[in-house]
Design a protein. Sequence first.
Length: 284
Amino acid sequence: MMSDPFCEKDPLASPVTDNPWQTLRRFTSARIALGRAGVSLPTQPQLAFQLAHAQARDAVHLALDAEGLQQQLRDAGIPGAADSHILHSAAADRLTYLQRPDWGRRLGEASRQALLAATAADDAAYDIGFVIADGLSALAIANNAVPFLATLQQRIAARGWRQAPLAIVRQGRVAVGDEVGSLLRTRLVVVLIGERPGLSSPDSMGLYISWMPRVGMSDAERNCISNVRPGGMRYEEAAYRLDYLLTEAQQRQLTGVQLKDESAHQVVLDTPAAPASLSFLTPP
């Protein structure tokens, strides 16, 4: 008599079929080797995907607490924070910001006039200015802007550069930094902005550098450092790379495609590594 294979199956056995690449998951937060339950994803990875998608959507619509951020910058002693400006782009609200990217690239008229009035009495020029914009993830700015700037200042202070007052822009896109930088009369402007959330990184911050900022600059005239966060590019490495690009930009008087990041990889020995659960390069 033939036995029924279905009757012999252990009812307590896991219904999930493991993927042979499962061991590689400890090196990355990417969704690889999730296994199968029949012809479908197992329940747990499916629920995790839905949660990550919800977190990414929330990050896009989360409002930036500009006043709270301003106070954190002051408490941290970041140069330029004491007389910082809170500005708004030409996009009046989040829906407009998402539907009209061009409006997010320019300051609103009220903010432009306020910045002009604030700089009218001071005709001094600055070596560098920092603009903080919510972008597509206010969460990225809330989590990363202050600790990154605190890390960077250790390098900037050694350069002796004069820093412009900080600017915090609501509903801002990358190019809004060019207008702010031109009004502040800075030779270099660095825009810290929340990047489009991914399913494993809703809090990724980008850095954009422009030499002699002005309205109408193209993307080819900027340099970018992406994925700055504890689980991506650590603050120490991002500060090292940014310091290199800023120094080269000052010397060569340009940014963009003509300026390449040729900085050597630096192992930071005097700072603790990111927690294993946050770094996609460190096994848990």
